[in-house]
Design a protein around this ligand. Structure first.
Ligand code: ZN
Ligand code: ZN
Length: 285
């Protein structure tokens, strides 16, 4: 396909300059590309992009727009954390960044203590320490809290695109922490899909797990994508690349999966809004 809306550079936790991502996007045949590094988190400046770098990030994308004009359309975005009372898409520094669109995500679920936000993406022992200290060793409570935060974001501070809906499953390989077929889990996911549908937001199908070999599926899982399709939720496929060579990683698998679900188009940013783009699959070369 022709674009990717969610990826990172050295401005946050990615590797490589923005220009290298554009070169790889061109090589992948993209006609558009959107930068969405992690937004700075001003409180404590704990984010992977520091607040003082935000203006430089924006200026670099503006510069690349001029350099690559006529070859590829470049868009400016940020992956914006939702942290209650701390950070959302309406935060002053996000508004001031004059983004084309926003990608919204929950990575932090409450606090480890002493005001230290706990990211469920942290490897063990921090991951399990969070479950133990915040949720009394009850993984279900952690997961339900995560989805409740996603719904808060969707309903109160809606981004344009909801990132990697079930990213919370990252460390749940082989159901190590909870059963992803349990009724309570399906209910939490469905309630969140209802919120996304109600707010009319775009949901991404994130391929990062595929090309990293983290999981064999997308974020969210195929069964969740199917239920999103049933609700008429608009979709887009993103790689969430953190290296230039991953800009289109896992796209073939993801688009093939969408077509198998009867999805004919994804929603891509073009000009100043999201537009439907037909999924055209070519045979593998
Ligand atoms: Zn993310
Ligand atoms: Zn990301």
């Amino acid at each position: 396909m022709t674009t990717n809306h969610h990826a990172h550079t050295r401005f946050s936790d990615g590797v490589g300059e923005p220009a290298e991502y554009v070169e790889h996007a061109l090589a992948a045949g993209f006609t558009a590309y959107g930068f969405s590094d992690h937004a700075p988190i001003p409180a404590g400046d704990i984010g992977s992009m520091k607040l003082h770098e935000l203006a430089t990030y924006g200026a670099e994308i503006d510069r690349l727009r001029r350099v690559f004009a006529g070859r590829i359309d470049l868009y400016k975005s940020l992956e914006v954390d939702y942290i209650p009372g701390v950070m959302n898409v309406d935060s002053p520094h996000i508004k001031a960044a004059r983004l084309d669109y926003t990608v919204g995500a929950v990575h932090y679920v409450d606090y480890l203590g002493k005001g230290e936000p706990w990211s469920f993406q942290r490897p063990n022992p921090v991951f399990e320490r969070g479950i133990a200290t915040i949720f009394a060793n009850d993984s279900r409570r952690m997961v339900e809290r995560y989805y409740a935060l996603v719904r808060e974001m969707v309903e109160n501070y809606p981004p344009d695109v909801v990132a990697h809906l079930d990213r919370i499953k990252k460390r749940n390989v082989n159901g190590r922490y909870w059963d992803e077929h349990a009724g309570w889990y399906v209910a939490a996911v469905e309630e969140t899909l209802d919120a996304i549908a109600g707010a009319g937001l775009i949901m991404e199908v994130n391929t990062r797990g595929i090309y990293l070999g983290e999981i064999a599926d997308t974020y969210p899982s195929n069964w969740i994508v199917r239920r999103a399709v049933e609700r008429g939720i608009r979709l887009q496929v993103n790689s969430d690349a953190h290296r230039p060579q991953h800009v289109a990683g896992g796209f073939r698998e993801a688009y093939t999966g969408l077509r198998a679900l009867g999805v004919e188009a994804v929603w891509q940013y073009a000009g100043d809004s999201f537009q439907p783009a037909e999924i055209l699959l070519t045979s593998p070369s």
